[in-house]
Write a protein of this length. Sequence first.
Length: 290
Amino acid sequence: MGHARIMVEIKHRETGAILETIATESLVGADLRDMQLSGADLRGMDLSGANLTSSDLDGACLAGARLVDAILIGAHLKQADLSNADLTRARLGSEHPARSAMLNHVNLAGARLAQADLRGVEIRYANLQGADLSHADLRSTDFHGSDLRAVKAIHALFIRANLREADLSDADLRDCHLNDANLVRANLSHADLTSTTADGFTVLNLANLEGANLNGARLRGILAQDTNFRHANLTNVDLTNASLGGSILHRADLTNADFAGVELASVTLEFANVSKARNAQVPSYKQNLR
């Protein structure tokens, strides 16, 4: 007698309808490319190493799922639930933005994305509260309007990322590269942008922080050259030993900001309330500027 083939049925999270039937014992390393899995119930499933390239997972439930080393390039995950999912080293991004995954309005609260590739991924208005993005590749990733409160993103690459109007309050951004990132009107209050080592630093060169809220943020030793801080809220910010060459603080709120050890000769300070800052050594030729 022949052995009955073992099948895995993937059902819809609400209707229970069978979306796909796969001849396999488990979904670990499974070939799930180009599948129609919109609304699928995959909660808690082990999809480690699975290939989900270009699959439709819009609205799917992957809460608590294991997606370590999974390939999700070009996958659609709009409004999917990936809360507390493990996406360590998962590949969702591409150097060609058109091939990157789509994750707008996704729930990634508490998810693990350490060392994940999210290059060029669209992840707008998403919930990433408390997610782990340590060592993740987020170059050119679009986080517009997303909730990144209390994320852990040590050594993450946010180069050219769009974080416009994103909420990064209480985020751990130590040793991150935020070069040329768009942080216009982003909330970085009480975020940590220092370093995990004595001689390390977080990089904000050429970043745009116009109108951003940095109240109480830790920017000690930061490298922020040619950075736009126009109209930014820098109240209570620790900028000790920061490198701000060429940066613009036009009309920034510097109340109680600590500028100890900061060279201000090449910093644009017009209409910034420097008199309310601490330890600001403004060169004499700039002191009469408004």
